[in-house]
Design a protein around this ligand. Structure first.
Ligand code: NDP
Length: 257
């Protein structure tokens, strides 16, 4: 009775930034639960690499090249995928960038706009386009990848733009959840701690930063992408049927201190 609630057979799931990192783990988890998976990534080669890796694990996926910051591209991708599959049941808004390490006084206009554009505007454009179809159909589940940075201010690296973008994603999650509950569209978010992905490797001084992060983490380790994907799978499935507007922390205890 309970395990069946995780069964996603017959459902179509779109994962933005699904070619690598946390997004890739999400495509794997959703495919393993039986969903038809669409990898939506800005870079076709990254999407294709994700598709190939899923193939090696025994799962098929469709790819679509889509920049989440371009509302026109997002809307036409949503319409095309609905025409192709008939419906979209699950959207994972995962695409995101960090560009950490710049103090607020030195942040350029371009830097601020870029992070807000991908992390916040992108979540809204995708939710509007794919969620719009779900609202019309009267069912669906959206899972946003927020961050513990929406709750705390990270240290020692400065990243006001990132923290603000993720706090906004959390409140957007609650706002859409409240608006779309009557249409049976659930909207939740996962707020991860530091996860061992290519995004972390883009940070200067990564290894030095890691020492501080582990000191501040009760579990004394980074998370793995699969540990976020399993929370996403739960929230996307009927096992979370009473949950909407929730921001689920998966942070190794980081926010306890
Ligand atoms: P990665 O950089 O490993 O993967 C991000 C993916 O998003 C890439 O495939 C990237 O494509 C894609 N992407 C970037 N910009 C766009 C865009 N404009 N349109 C479509 N796709 C895009 O990051 P993570 O897996 O680490 O992060 C995934 C999410 O998790 C992000 O929202 C991040 O903020 C969040 N998160 C990550 C944490 C971490 O410690 N890693 C902690 C907390 C939250 P491409 O490679 O082509 O640029």
């Amino acid at each position: 009775m309970y395990l069946k609630k995780f069964d996603l057979s017959g459902r179509v799931a779109v994962v933005t930034g699904g070619g690598r990192g946390i997004g890739h783990a999400c495509t794997h988890a959703l495919a393993e639960a039986g969903a038809t998976v669409v990898i939506a990534d800005v870079d076709h080669e990254v999407a294709a690499a994700g598709q190939a890796a899923l193939g090696e694990a025994g799962y098929e996926a469709t790819t679509v090249t889509m920049d989440v910051t371009d509302p026109g591209q997002v809307t036409s991708a949503a319409n095309d995928l609905v025409s192709q599959f008939g419906h979209i049941d699950i959207l994972v808004n995962n695409a995101g960038i960090a560009r950490s390490g710049t103090g607020a006084e030195d942040v350029s206009d371009e830097h601020w706009r870029n992070v807000i554009d991908v992390n916040l505007n992108g979540v809204f454009w995708c939710s509007r386009a794919f969620g719009g179809h779900m609202v019309q159909r009267g069912q669906g589940a959206i899972v946003n990848i927020g961050s513990m940075s929406g709750y705390i201010v990270n240290r020692p690296q400065e990243q006001s733009y990132y923290n603000a973008s993720k706090a906004a994603v959390h409140h957007l999650t609650r706002s859409l959840a409240a608006e779309w509950a009557e249409h049976s569209v659930r909207v939740n978010a996962v707020a991860p701690t530091y996860i061992d992905t290519p995004l972390l490797k883009t940070l200067e001084n990564g290894e030095v930063l890691k020492r501080d992060w582990l000191r501040d983490t009760p579990m004394r380790r980074l998370g793995q992408p699969e540990e976020i994907a399993s929370v996403v799978l739960f929230l996307a499935s009927d096992a979370a049927s009473l949950m909407t507007g929730s921001i689920v922390l998966a942070d190794g205890g980081f926010t306890c201190w």
